[in-house]
Ligand binder design. Structure first.
Ligand SMILES: [Zn+2]
Length: 413
């Protein structure tokens, strides 16, 4: 395996999470029966490396993106009020700070259902989105958001420039870490950027992953785990510079970086950039040695979770879980916790109910099953939403039990 950016041989393992099925790929009843009948479930090794040359932290072997983000990719950003609000705040910030107006040209990569660009449409600022998911693009068009159905690459970016010219503001939220061809992606960004234009990219921050032992955020759709120290060098190689950033709470801790052309002096490099760079260097995020503690703590979390569940089962407790999302699947499969320990997982998304978690084969049900089956313990898998979820579960008068989270350490609520 070679580095997706600089082609150096990847030899330094950051963390090995064993063989895992695709983390977002829930199984149907039919598929589960085939597996029980002897069909092998598709697993691949989930190993993360750091490149010895460019320090880019990345997955080893992976499934191709085209297979992952197909038409039925179910995530619609506007389903979450939180994301619509998050988007509105960014749009307002960009309009004010980068002086965007009706004569500006805006592009969003991974524009989903238009959750962000709709705010530019409302301000009559010309914009276009690009997204490979056709159904999401249809939903965007219904909001008046023009959308090109495609991945963002050399061909589509040239077409965008041809049709619209270069762009004054280019935004990508949770898309940069998902694209395996990082070199092409950055080169295409550079080509699309107008002389005074600004690129804004948002992604989970490697420093937070390490600090809070968030090993379960590593899964087959996230090719990269970005640090500023690595990206700063990479963008400079394209004559681009990171001039400002924001540290955000999303996904357990994300970074939003602002980038412009290296020779553009309109924005000077803010102190925030140096601050995060220094923090990362003190954590040694540019060296394999910076990840030793993450490895040890992840194993400890696994041992604690397995011991707790085993002890509770032994005294006859019924255990359920909450949240049928990717990170929960990575966690359960890394720990080897399955349907023999956890009876069911509750999820509010109707499309997930009636299906089964990959690997662990735990059935996904609606919240009414908490009342019907009265589990003694509910394990909250999306730890980033644990305060919201625990508040909701604890306020349910018809259920009284224990809540447990395992990351960053075992916590019984
Ligand atoms: Zn490299």
């Amino acid at each position: 395996m070679r580095c997706r950016y600089c082609n150096s041989l990847l030899e330094n393992v950051v963390i090995d999470l064993d063989e895992q099925p695709s983390a977002n790929r829930l199984l149907t009843e039919n598929e589960l029966q085939l597996i029980k009948g002897g069909k092998k479930e598709h697993n691949s090794p989930l190993i993360t490396y750091i490149c010895g040359t460019c320090s880019l932290v990345q997955l080893g072997d992976t499934t191709k993106a085209e297979e992952l983000f197909t038409e039925d990719y179910v995530y619609y950003s506007s389903f979450s009020n939180y994301w619509v609000q998050h988007a509105r705040e960014l749009v307002e910030f960009a309009i004010e700070n980068f002086r965007l107006s009706s004569s500006s040209n805006i592009l969003e990569i991974g524009s989903n259902d238009g959750y962000l660009l709709q705010h530019f449409v409302a301000k009559k600022i010309p914009c276009i989105g690009i997204d490979p998911a056709g159904k999401a693009a249809e939903a965007a068009k219904a909001k008046g958001v023009e959308t090109m159905v495609s991945f963002f690459d050399e061909v589509s970016s040239s077409k965008l420039i041809q049709e619209r010219g270069t762009f004054d503001f280019i935004n990508g939220i949770n898309v940069f870490a998902h694209v395996p061809a990082i070199k092409t992606f950055i080169a295409s960004l550079k080509n699309c950027l107008s002389e005074n234009g600004v690129i804004s990219l948002e992604f989970p921050h490697l420093a937070k992953l390490v600090e809070h032992s968030q090993f379960d955020t590593i899964y087959d759709e996230h090719f990269f785990y970005h640090s500023l120290v690595s990206l700063n060098k990479i963008f400079l190689q394209f004559d681009l510079k990171i001039f400002d950033l924001r540290e955000l709470d999303t996904h357990g801790g994300s970074l939003r970086i602002f980038i412009n052309h290296l020779d553009n002096t309109k924005y000077s490099i803010e102190k925030s950039v140096e601050k995060v760079l220094n923090t990362e260097l003190s954590m040694k995020l540019d060296q394999v040695g910076g990840f030793n503690e993450l490895k040890a703590r992840s194993q400890q979390i696994r041992d604690d979770a397995v011991a707790y569940i085993k002890a509770q089962k032994k005294i006859g407790k019924k255990i359920a879980a909450f949240g049928a999302a990717a990170k929960g699947n990575v966690f359960l499969n890394y720990c080897g916790i399955g349907a023999d320990s956890i009876d069911f997982v509750v999820d509010d998304t109707p499309a997930k109910q009636g299906k089964f978690l990959p690997g662990s084969h735990i059935p996904v049900v609606s919240a009414t099953e908490i009342i019907n089956k009265k589990p003694d313990i509910i394990v909250i898998l999306p730890w980033n939403l644990s305060s919201e979820i625990s508040k909701k579960l604890k306020s349910n008068e018809k259920w009284q039990g224990e809540l447990a989270t395992f990351i960053p350490k075992l916590n019984i609520i």
